[in-house]
Design a protein around this ligand. Structure first.
Ligand SMILES: Nc1nc2c(ncn2[C@@H]2O[C@H](COP(=O)(O)OP(=O)(O)O)[C@@H](O)[C@H]2O)c(=O)[nH]1
Ligand SMILES: [Mg+2]
Length: 197
């Protein structure tokens, strides 16, 4: 039995005017390129090929919208953190993200995907600040937990929680490969959308 039996790709936006209709509720997934965002989306929706997983990070600056059920969407925001991206590309990313966070009424929460071996970076913190300043929820998935031993995974969990300080941001360990934390992440996402009904 599939959890989202009718999940489907809806549309892609490269420019502000191409965003999906701003109705109902949506949860956005953001993160550095290669942090495991596509893998997390596929694990949470139980669809292997929904968001593409790549070994070589692509440079597509697209916001991808997936419909989970009528008026419930999952949004795959373009990754960040490339070492050598042209200034023009970085600016385009910035403008698209600012526009998205500024206008999006249906956005209920942000799932921030962070490689557990790296921990929170500067741009991750900036994403959290954007979404918190707009009174939306946020949850951090510390991915690839299967690559960390117990001590390191507990350390990154603690460091992330303390970096989030007294905000309402929650955090968890996650591994698509080891099937760890998938149900927990899905419940957080569904909880945000249910709360808005
Ligand atoms: N060990 C391990 N590798 C993972 C996990 N999730 C993703 N990866 C790997 O990390 C790389 C980037 O994953 P991807 O989902 O494409 O990252 P994205 O660029 O953030 O969308 C791929 O090689 C994945 O196989 C995980 O839970 N464990
Ligand atoms: Mg991806």
């Amino acid at each position: 039995m599939s959890i989202f039996p009718s999940v489907r790709f809806l549309t892609s936006a490269a420019e502000p005017h191409q965003l999906a209709a701003d109705t109902g509720q949506e949860v956005a997934f953001a993160g550095r390129s290669n942090s495991g965002k596509s893998t997390a989306i596929n694990a949470i929706t139980q669809r292997t090929g929904l968001a593409r997983v790549s070994r070589t990070p692509g440079r597509t600056q697209l916001i991808n919208f997936f419909e989970l059920s009528p008026d419930r969407r999952l949004v795959d925001l373009p990754g960040y953190g490339f070492a050598k991206v042209p200034e023009r590309v970085r600016l385009h990313w910035l403008q698209l993200m600012e526009h998205y966070f500024n206008v999006r009424e249906s956005l209920v929460g942000l799932m921030l995907i962070v490689d557990g071996r790296r921990g929170l970076g500067e741009q991750d913190v900036a994403m959290l600040e954007w979404v918190l300043s707009r009174q939306r929820s946020a949850h951090v998935l510390l991915t690839k937990a299967d690559k960390l031993n117990r001590r390191d995974s507990q350390r990154v969990l603690k460091e992330t929680a303390s970096a989030c300080g007294d905000t309402a941001v929650t955090t968890q360990l996650f591994s698509a490969h080891a099937k760890q934390g998938i149900d927990e992440a899905r419940s957080v996402m569904q909880g945000w959308m249910a709360a808005e009904v």
